[in-house]
Design a protein around this ligand. Structure first.
Ligand code: ATR
Length: 269
């Protein structure tokens, strides 16, 4: 049986096995997809052992950067992202890495009817999660992609790294001015139950869409804050998770999948 896994630590909470099993059922693909807990200091060994037989893997926290280092071949977007969430064993045995997070985010935004072309977008955060989505967002030709981070120097480094690809700049959180069309939270603040310190003026009541790349059973802290400021819509990252999985599934299995029923099933769990 063709074998796939998702690597992480912890990994018990991961929704990826359920998502891929739904895709497999939907498309009649015979395959196995399991969670694989790698030791914190033993990702490379675990990955090498798996790929003796395994065909593909997703990679989640905290191994995305280590996975990037392990690859023999990187897609251009993964090269720039500095992190991979998807590994595939090529026919010649080499390990290929891709980063499908940004494509997943863009697909979910478009599924939700969010206009990206010509939009003023604010991206909060400058860690691996933010880095992975900048290139796919710029491909949608926004008018501006402003990156703001608690530690401003990191936002500047990111903006510089992607400057040749489009209108990306670094702004400081305190000095943000004027309403944005779309605000994407790529910080880990929600994990601590916190919201990045933002002026309320970045939200235009009834117009600004807010997207938290995190998801939780209830509203995330960021989306609750955004809703209280009058954001026109708040969206969590569950759709992004399903879409990034779909990119991997299509590549591995060479078949189309429908994501909407899988997202609906996940929401109903
Ligand atoms: P990830 O791979 O999830 O992006 P990371 O590389 O550790 O993880 O980055 C976490 C991001 O969340 C950073 O942008 C971090 O800001 P700093 O660069 O200043 O550390 C941001 N972050 C984490 N907790 C935060 C909080 N409570 N408020 C605001 N930003 C926070």
């Amino acid at each position: 049986m063709d074998k796939y896994v998702v690597f992480g630590n912890p990994i018990g909470h991961s929704k990826s096995p359920a998502i891929h099993r739904w895709f497999a059922e939907q498309t009649g693909q015979r395959m196995e997809y399991s969670p694989l807990l790698a030791p914190l200091d033993g990702f490379a060994d675990a990955a090498r052992a798996f790929f003796v037989e395994g065909l593909g893997a997703n990679v989640t926290v905290p191994f995305k950067e280590q996975a990037w280092q392990l690859c023999d071949v990187l897609t251009p977007r993964a090269e720039r992202a500095g992190a991979v969430n998807m590994l595939s064993r090529l026919d010649d045995g080499r390990l290929r890495g891709d980063n499908t997070d940004g494509e997943g985010l863009v697909s979910d935004l478009l599924n939700n009817g969010v206009d990206l072309k010509g939009a003023r977008i604010l991206l909060l955060g400058a860690g691996g999660a933010a880095r992975g989505v900048i290139e796919p967002l710029l491909e949608q030709r926004p008018a501006q992609l402003a990156v703001a981070n608690r530690t401003p120097e990191k936002a500047q480094v990111l903006a510089q790294a992607f400057a040749e690809l489009g209108p990306v700049d670094a702004l400081s959180l305190e000095h943000l001015e004027g309403p944005m069309d779309l605000i994407i939270n790529a910080t880990a603040a929600s994990l601590a139950g916190e919201v990045p310190p933002l002026p309320a003026s970045v939200i235009a009541a009834g117009r600004t869409v807010c997207y938290d790349m995190m998801y939780s059973a209830g509203q995330t802290p960021f989306n609750a804050w955004a809703q209280a400021q009058g954001a026109s819509r708040t969206i969590d990252g569950l759709g992004m998770l399903v879409e990034q999985a779909a990119v991997a599934f299509r590549y591995w299995r060479g078949v189309e999948v429908a994501t909407a029923p899988v997202l609906a099933a996940l929401r109903g769990l």
